[in-house]
Design a binder for this molecule. Structure first.
Ligand code: URA
Length: 246
């Protein structure tokens, strides 16, 4: 059934929009013969009808209707954690596929870098951002000075901010001026304010972990689709999977 279509949508565009990989990578996958349309290996330039054609990637069916998607992005500095910006600044949703529509799960300040989830999974988003489902987030903060044991003790016990005491955090030094801080509250600019409370300015802030999610291979501006196992672990971390106290 290899009918020549002049209409239709380019295969790499459809698969990129569904979050399989970037267009460039999908083109490589097509060239490698990993993608079939209606049971036949697709060639570069193939156009399809996204509504009716059946696509397989490595022999696995790709759902026709977009379903829940979860992207892990390494947010670069200078990009806003929002799905729309009135000031016309670069936004995180411009980096990932536009279809289906996704939203950032929580927020990183414009100057903060590192791991950010984007998803259309409303329930998981709620659980990850709501304070009652505390999920650890780990940050590396480069400071303008060298914390002393008393500073580390203060962060571990909780420091007074204008919106109240912080919950006990895990704090350690990876080098004299680089602090690793693990918090689970997610208040606005919390790491910067916690450092400020001890007299330090954060020169650079990078989020390196969200609950069970880490990825040291993603470079700033790169993203990938979460593995099903990672989604399961996230759900478990927010108490949804079996084994939770229910
Ligand atoms: N804490 C901050 O201060 N900024 C962030 O972006 C995240 C946590």
């Amino acid at each position: 059934m290899a009918d020549e279509r002049v209409d239709g949508v380019r295969l790499q565009k459809v698969l990129a929009a569904r979050g399989i990989a970037s267009r460039r990578v999908v083109e490589d996958m097509i060239a490698e013969g990993r993608i079939a349309v209606n049971g036949e290996i697709a060639v570069l330039g193939r156009r399809i009808d996204p509504e009716s054609d059946v696509i397989e990637v490595d022999g696995v069916l790709v759902g026709v209707a977009p379903d829940l998607v979860h992207y892990l992005l390494h947010k670069p500095a200078g990009v806003v954690s929002t799905a729309s910006d009135t000031h016309d600044r670069p936004i995180v949703t411009d980096i990932v596929p536009s279809e289906p529509r996704v939203w950032p799960v929580g927020r990183l300040d414009i100057e903060t870098e590192g791991l950010l989830l984007l998803s259309n999974n409303g329930e998981l988003t709620h659980r990850l951002t709501h304070p009652s489902f505390s999920v650890d987030k780990e940050y590396l903060a480069e400071l303008d000075g060298e914390p002393k044991p008393g500073d580390l003790r203060a962060w571990r016990n909780g420091v007074e901010l204008e919106d109240g005491m912080t919950a006990p955090a895990k704090a350690s030094l990876v080098s004299p001026r680089v602090l690793r801080l693990i918090i689970h509250e997610g208040r606005n600019r919390q790491v910067r304010r916690m450092c400020d409370a001890r007299g330090f300015r954060v020169k650079r802030l990078v989020r390196t972990r969200i609950g069970p999610l880490t990825d040291t291979t993603l470079k700033p501006g790169e993203w990938r689709v979460l593995e099903p196992e990672e989604v399961r672990k996230l759900e478990e971390a927010t108490g949804r999977a079996e084994g939770s106290s229910g």
